[in-house]
Design a binder for this molecule. Structure first.
Ligand SMILES: Cc1cc2nc3c(=O)[nH]c(=O)nc-3n(C[C@H](O)[C@H](O)[C@H](O)COP(=O)(O)O)c2cc1C
Length: 359
């Protein structure tokens, strides 16, 4: 698959998730087979660009290309400026967020709320495309199926975005009104795919290789994007890629392999956030890995009592060493979310509370 001049490794992508898909997590997913990773959204408000949170989000050290940065905001000129700011800091693809219920920016709702105002949404896309064109940087956009059940306007918007030069669209099969409730539907994604010539990526509730295959077949989309099902189970990318290529399932990864990968992720995480802040934000990742594992819930709880990065690291190392003593491969229960079709929301994300864009 191509986005502008960039050739992607495969058609299984990791979804942008604020507070999750930081650079260490994106690299982890790429190592486990994801063909493409978009960063967490960065605000278009220049007054927040120097904040610690935004500068961490703009950290791409050692990340395999193409570097894709997602921007969010409600003002066309500010979004254009934000695109150029990120290009100057290494972005090779700019993704516009119209898919996530983002917190108020400039006293207006950004993200998927923009779908309600088709004129403004199109003007933003046009301004960002115009700003990126001189740099040879393609613009992509992520949206939902519409504002509400009564206003599923993804097809009209997709045509408008294509006409102003957006080069790829990702569609999450829910309306903004739905938040994360109910199930994703793919008919609207199929209608978007049929309406445009640019590549379309299907997203929402893709939790297993079979589901990826079926969703690709029913939408004719060019790629799948996986978010929550990769939390604590980043090898889902390798599983899906292999299944799409061969129709065969891979065996679960070796416990020693997962141990090594998770410990490397923890070190990378501490290095980006600092030990104190890092050990706290690492707890959610550790929790996702161990839920469903033997003794996982108790271990997860015990993590909250540890306030030292070295101790956290050692506890995780020991937990997986013990697991390796009784299991060669990751127990299937760890992948139960995928089997049952559930995803790990794990209280990590309450769309009603919305995602903070601020520093
Ligand atoms: C914790 C969390 C943070 C998210 N942050 C973003 C974001 O920054 N930008 C965005 O476009 N979508 C964001 N999303 C939406 C996801 O990219 C994706 O569309 C959604 O989770 C559905 O895919 P899934 O069922 O595979 O998780 C977020 C979702 C979650 C769970």
């Amino acid at each position: 698959m191509q986005i502008g001049s960039h050739t992607l490794e495969n058609r299984v992508f990791v979804a942008p998730m604020a507070g999750v898909t930081d650079r260490p997590f994106r690299q982890l997913c790429r190592e486990w087979g994801a063909g493409y990773a978009v960063s967490e959204m960065v605000t278009s408000r220049p007054d927040l660009w120097d904040s610690l949170k935004t500068s961490r989000r703009a950290n791409h050290d050692g990340e395999p290309g193409p570097i894709a940065v997602q921007i969010a905001g409600t003002d066309a000129q500010m979004m254009a400026d934000a695109a150029v700011y990120n290009i100057d800091r290494g972005a090779q693809i700019i993704d516009i967020n119209m898919g996530c219920p983002a917190k108020k920016v400039c006293n207006k709702w950004a993200g998927s709320a923009l779908m309600q105002d088709e004129v403004l949404a199109t003007a933003i896309a046009a301004a960002v495309v115009a700003a990126c064109a001189p740099h040879g940087v393609p613009v992509t956009l992520k949206m939902r199926t519409g504002w509400s059940q009564a206003n599923k306007n993804a097809v009209a918007l997709a045509r408008a975005f294509e006409s102003v030069g957006v080069q790829m669209l990702t569609v999450h099969g829910r309306t903004r009104e739905q938040g994360y409730s109910g199930s994703a539907e793919y008919d609207t994604v199929a209608a978007v795919k049929a309406a445009v010539r640019i590549p379309v990526v299907v997203n929402g509730d893709i939790t297993s290789p079979e589901k990826a295959r079926d969703v690709l077949a029913c939408t004719q989309a060019d790629a799948v994007m996986i978010g929550r099902a990769a939390q604590g189970r980043p090898w889902i990318f390798r599983d899906v890629v292999h299944f799409l290529a061969t129709g065969q399932h891979l065996a679960p990864p070796l416990v020693v392999q997962v141990r090594k990968s998770l410990l490397a992720h923890l070190l990378d995480h501490y290095a980006l956030y600092g030990e104190l802040s890092g050990l706290r934000s690492a707890r959610k990742h550790i929790g996702w890995y161990v839920q469903g594992l033997p003794a996982g819930p108790a271990f997860r709880k015990s993590m909250n009592g540890i306030d030292d990065a070295q101790q956290q690291y050692q506890a995780v190392a020991d937990f997986f060493e013990n697991l390796a003593a009784s299991h060669d491969r990751m127990p299937v229960a760890a992948a139960s979310g995928a089997v049952t079709g559930q995803v790990h929301t794990a209280a990590a994300f309450d769309p009603k509370k919305s995602v903070s864009l601020s520093g």
